[in-house]
Design a protein around this ligand. Structure first.
Ligand SMILES: NC(=O)C1=CN([C@@H]2O[C@H](COP(=O)(O)OP(=O)(O)OC[C@H]3O[C@@H](n4cnc5c(N)ncnc54)[C@H](OP(=O)(O)O)[C@@H]3O)[C@@H](O)[C@H]2O)C=CC1
Ligand SMILES: O=C(O)[C@@H]1CCC=N1
Length: 272
């Protein structure tokens, strides 16, 4: 598959994450363009990745084979309407926005488009990202393969069969790095409150989190409950800590957080 010209509309956190993954995986920087209204993010991308940048969405999208819509959902309609004067019939459009249903983009663009919805996450920047992908029946297998190849640069991909399943992906992997960061933040803060210096606390917590994730990944035959049991000596320290987490209703809190995350995606689907 010949490399395609890519254009990212919006040069924020996710464009930086995805473009970094692509360039680090050997995608030619000369084929990547990013646009943004404000200059500093463009300057940063140009400096670190040597990709082309500009403020002109229309000109950049015109010369691209693949347009990646990478703005916040509340800017999406405006951005799509601006691009709607282009002939999009031969372009693949990839959106990374949460919430907005695939069909809505057809309304925004006012023409038939080929669009794949994706839900990546920020670890894409360091090659350990997770991206959920959804395509309707009108998308060809070549277009799916192209999108999959691009997103694989940032880590793993999973295809889902429906947009409601993509909402679950948001709760499970799109937003979830923030849950894990919060958990680690709370642990580091507690260690600091007990007198440990922040750097040391962070080193201990980050390595434990990394190790735990690797244990899950490298032991597919073991349930997470079994892995937890392997840490938990009867009458020991872990049992005490886990009991406190259960008594504090950690499972209920996680359920509430994930349900609220999905509910917000559903609300956004009506809002935008
Ligand atoms: N952050 C995350 O973890 C994830 C985010 N997403 C989705 O990715 C999308 C982008 O999120 P994120 O990267 O975090 O957001 P950011 O705010 O970091 O980036 C969005 C960028 O779009 C720019 N922008 C605003 N209006 C326009 C316009 N008219 N034309 C071109 N660029 C414009 C903003 O410019 P300015 O510099 O002026 O603000 C900003 O740099 C969202 O839709 C979100 O749902 C999906 C998965 C994970
Ligand atoms: O918070 C958000 O809406 C976006 C989608 C997933 C992660 N960030």
């Amino acid at each position: 598959m010949a490399e395609k010209k890519l254009c990212f509309i919006g040069a924020g956190n996710m464009t930086r994450s995805i473009a970094t993954g692509l360039v680090n995986n050997g995608y030619p920087a000369s084929l990547i363009h990013a646009t943004n209204p404000s200059a500093p993010k463009l300057a940063g991308l140009q400096k670190s990745l040597n990709i082309a940048t500009s403020h002109d969405n229309l000109a950049a999208a015109k010369q691209a084979d693949v347009i990646v819509l990478s703005v916040k959902p509340h800017f999406m309609q405006e951005v799509c309407e601006q691009l709607s004067t282009l002939d999009l019939s031969k372009k693949l459009i990839i959106t990374i926005a949460a919430g907005i249903p695939a069909k809505r983009y057809g309304d925004y663009f006012g023409q038939e488009i080929k669009l794949i919805r994706t839900m990546p996450n920020t670890p894409t920047q360091i090659g350990v990202g997770m991206t959920g992908l959804y395509a309707g029946d009108e998308i060809s297998s070549e277009q799916k393969a192209l999108c999959e190849k691009l997103m694989l640069s940032g880590g793993e991909v999973v295809w889902v069969d429906s947009e409601s399943e993509l909402d679950q992906v948001i709760a499970l992997s799109g937003s979830s790095p923030a849950y894990f960061f919060l958990f680690m933040e709370a642990m580091i803060d507690n260690a600091k409150a007990s007198g440990m210096d922040e750097e040391k606390a962070r080193q201990l917590v980050q390595q434990a989190a990394l190790g735990a994730a690797q244990m899950v990944k490298q032991n597919p035959e073991l349930t997470t409950a079994q892995l937890r049991a392997n840490v938990t000596s009867k009458g020991g320290t872990t049992a005490q800590a886990v009991a406190a987490l259960e008594a504090g209703n950690l499972r209920g809190i996680v359920k509430q957080a994930m349900d609220d995350c999905v509910a917000r995606a559903q609300e956004m689907a009506k809002q935008y």
